[in-house]
Design a protein around this ligand. Structure first.
Ligand SMILES: Cc1ncc(COP(=O)(O)O)c(C=O)c1O
Length: 422
């Protein structure tokens, strides 16, 4: 596909003809007591499952509810530990606390920035019940090693693919390797269902059913099949119907969000191709300018990157300036923002204090009497690789929807690199 072909398929403001058509279908069908008279939710779930070649896709209102329901459905709760990377959105660790378990933070591989299997192994205890590996910035972690550890220790693996759409790992679509996978449709992601949304996918029928029930208010009769998030009318209207056989949350996606999600899913190949093309433009710029103080991201053999962002390591010594100066210069040259890496999650104030439920740390899962493990605090030194590297990472945006904007950004980077050469 040429860049022109890719970008010709992308509406500038991310709202296209199909988005409007599906939204209008929902509006034309109107809103009755039935949640989704247009049946758009079922169509979106079916299409998402087909795209990722899995049996079940359960759409929700966020990529956090997706992970929380997957944890609870796996039977994970108070007394358990779940291993998460320290380089991720806090949501990956929040959901562990929200289900009552203890997050255990693993360090990253310094080359791929993904969770390091060696550190997972070091942190597995008799209390570990799950791992949430994250395809950070759009690149899959080493799933062969992770799945081998999971098998050996009988752990549930929930892939956090919020940032990875259509990435592959050794010929497999990322999202089809763990016991289930979570996707986010929040606004910064490859596709969005109107600013927020998410989906969990799995091939496991029983797991899918429990995930559906937990995210759809615990109704007894629901299933993981597309659109089966509503109790059939003859059942739900009957006086004898016992509705709830488990605790549930309301993480349902709306019909309007599903309409947008369906339209964006139809052009997902182009949305991902655009991010890959934008990454290639940054890469070419670094190469062509002979810049030796920005290290481009590395994609290991056999993997394909989905480039949620394009992340380089900045060598401040070689550059002779610091990260903030580099960012200032990039912005002055027309760069559209430059993000640092998030702070290591285990050092965020809420994890340092563990005052998740107000009051003292004694109310946290780490001090629950059912928890027999030893993780009683989070501190510097827990994940030294990422702690030492966080300040050097530069995330260049890849979310541009036009070729002109893409070229302007590559030019901004070129000018910035050259300006430091003088
Ligand atoms: C890696 C990662 N995990 C989880 C989330 C949470 O997703 P959501 O905002 O849809 O709840 C995000 C992004 O927001 C993310 O980037």
């Amino acid at each position: 596909m040429t860049p022109q072909e890719i970008f010709s398929q992308l509406p500038r403001n991310r709202v296209g003809e199909a988005d409007r058509r599906y939204m209008n279908e929902v509006l034309d069908a109107g809103f009755s007591n039935t949640k989704d008279p247009a049946g758009i939710g079922a169509r979106f779930e079916r299409a998402f499952a087909e795209k990722f070649r899995v049996k079940y896709a359960i759409a929700m209102n966020s990529g956090s509810g997706t992970m929380l329901s997957a944890l609870i459905a796996a039977g994970i709760g108070p007394g358990d530990e779940v291993i998460v990377p320290t380089l991720t959105a806090a949501a990956t660790a929040f959901v562990v606390v929200e289900c009552g378990a203890v997050p255990v933070f693993a360090d990253i591989d310094p080359v791929t920035f993904c969770i390091a299997p060696s550190d997972i192994e070091r942190k597995i205890t008799p209390f570990t019940k799950g791992i949430i590996p994250v395809s950070i910035y759009g690149l899959s972690p080493d799933y062969d090693a992770i799945m081998a550890l999971a098998k050996r220790h009988n752990l549930t693996v929930i892939e956090d693919n919020a940032q990875c759409f259509l990435g592959t790992y050794k010929g497999r679509l990322v999202g089809t390797i763990g016991h289930c996978a979570s996707f986010s449709f929040q606004g910064s992601k490859h596709m969005t269902s109107g600013g927020d949304g998410g989906a969990t996918v799995t091939d496991d029928e029983a797991y899918a059913r429990e995930i559906r029930k937990i995210s759809h208010q615990g109704f007894k009769t629901l299933s993981g099949r597309a659109g089966e998030g509503v109790v059939p009318r003859n059942l739900r209207q009957d006086w004898a119907f016992e509705r709830h056989d488990r605790l549930g949350y309301n993480f349902r996606i709306s019909a309007m969000q599903s309409a947008l999600g369906l339209a964006q899913l139809e052009r997902l190949d182009y949305l991902v191709a655009a991010r890959r093309y934008i990454a290639s433009r940054y890469e070419a710029t670094i190469r062509e300018t002979g810049c030796d103080w920005l290290t481009p991201p590395v994609t290991p053999e056999g993997l394909t990157h989905a480039y949620w962002t394009y992340v380089c390591k900045l060598d401040e010594k070689r550059l002779g300036a610091d990260w903030r100066e580099f960012r200032k210069r990039y912005l002055a040259n027309g760069g559209d923002g430059l993000y640092s890496a998030w702070r290591p999650v285990h050092l965020e104030p809420i994890f340092r204090s563990m005052a998740y439920f107000g009051g003292s740390r004694e109310r946290s899962p780490n001090f629950d009497p059912r928890y027999r493990g030893t993780v009683k605090s989070y501190q510097e030194g827990d994940c030294p690789v990422f702690e030492g590297m966080q300040k050097t990472l530069c995330q260049f945006k890849t979310s541009f929807q036009t070729l002109e904007k893409t070229e302007r950004q590559a030019e901004a980077l070129r000018l910035t690199i050259l300006s430091f050469k003088r």
